[in-house]
Ligand binder design. Structure first.
Ligand code: COA
Length: 326
């Protein structure tokens, strides 16, 4: 029994914020952002949009692509660091919007590694035969938690959502081959948003101190990302007795082009086999890998039988990988 992705969908908000727009907001340049991050533009959700709004569109697209009706979904998993509200979960809000009742629905919190964590949970539920059809969604609006006067963080993030329908299959030739998830909570203060949590509820003081914004140790996060994503990629290959030459496409988390290049170089993969769309969307956190996968599949970069390796890294710190045969 394997879990197989049978349909994908994604959605990005209409509004585009370019590097040139950012030049007018903070002391930065298009050249700096392009060369230091690989980013050129990113999408920003409208004031009316929250995580569930983006998620619902992506989910409907994935269901259509899979040819599956919402009523046939056994479980909804939604990875996000930017839910509609503290509770109920955004997964429950999406479930209601899809017009279904009774299926389990919950959110997963693993920051930018959220997709890999969600995929790992999905794989276990399907392999154990508990569920047959799972709707996995990621949706992030990190730009809501950005200090637009802080050039160290405001250039990096973008909004979006992506979804996929994953179903059990007896086909041994395709599907999820393996997933792995890791964390090191001693680095929790490398990348975080404090304000709004139970340790620091929203107050005039917390807002004055800008505690509701993303705080990041950029340099430390960069180094850890390269190390952890390289280790995860190598772990996925050795666990399955495969070599880097077997990989048809690497879809890494899109946080920084220099992180992506360093990881590809360390594992020995040529750049033609690495999917990059960071220039269009920036870092969309848990959304980046499934958004890239949807684009890669629809754009013909992934064909039946291809071996696709996905690696992520994020706040927590968390990291992990998934290997799939398309
Ligand atoms: N425009 C111009 N200059 C900027 C800038 C910007 N947008 N952001 C930072 N700088 C400046 C810094 O202030 C610093 O100036 P100083 O030397 O005068 O203090 C200088 O650039 C170098 O900063 P540094 O942090 O060393 O740059 P860097 O090469 O490490 O790049 C990041 C910064 C944030 C792009 C990089 O560290 C990074 O991508 N880290 C990982 C972040 C990430 O991916 N987080 C999410 C993980 S899921």
């Amino acid at each position: 029994m394997r879990a197989k992705i049978i349909g994908t969908g994604s959605y990005v908000p209409e509004k585009i914020l370019t590097n040139y727009d950012l030049e007018k907001m903070v002391d930065t340049t298009d050249e700096w952002i392009r060369t230091r991050t690989g980013m050129v533009e990113r999408r920003i959700a409208s004031k009316k949009e929250a995580a569930s709004d983006l998620a619902i569109i992506a989910a409907k697209r994935a269901l259509k692509d899979a040819g599956v009706k919402a009523k046939d979904i056994d479980l909804i998993l939604l990875a996000t660091a930017t839910p509609d509200m503290l509770f109920p979960s955004t997964a429950c809000i999406v479930q209601a919007a899809l017009g279904i009742k009774g299926s389990g629905a919950f959110d997963i919190s693993a920051a930018c590694t959220g997709f890999i964590y969600a995929l790992s949970i999905t794989e276990q539920y399907i392999k154990s035969r508990k569920y047959k059809t799972i709707l996995l969604i990621t949706s992030e609006l990190l730009t809501r938690y950005i200090d637009w006067t802080d050039r160290n963080t405001c250039v990096l993030f973008g909004d979006g959502a992506a979804a996929m329908v994953i179903q059990s299959t007896n086909d041994r030739k395709s599907g999820i081959i393996s997933t792995s998830i890791h964390a090191d909570g001693s680095y929790a203060d490398s990348l975080f948003v404090q304000g709004g949590g139970s340790r620091c509820v929203v107050s005039h003081e917390s807002v004055d101190k800008k505690l509701h914004f993303v705080k990041m140790r950029g340099n430390e996060t960069f180094k850890m990302a390269v190390k952890a994503m390289t280790a995860s990629a190598q772990e996925a290959l050795s666990y399955n007795g495969l070599s880097v030459n077997d990989i048809d496409l690497l879809i890494p988390h899109q946080a920084n082009i220099r992180i992506i290049n360093a990881v590809s170089k360390k594992i020995g993969l040529p750049s033609e086999k690495v999917y990059v769309n960071i220039e269009k969307y920036g870092n969309t956190s848990a959304v980046s890998i499934p958004l890239a996968l949807d684009e890669a599949v629809k754009g013909g970069r992934v064909s039946k039988g291809d071996l696709v390796l996905m690696v992520a890294f994020g706040g927590g710190l968390t990291w992990g990988a998934a290997l799939i045969r398309w």
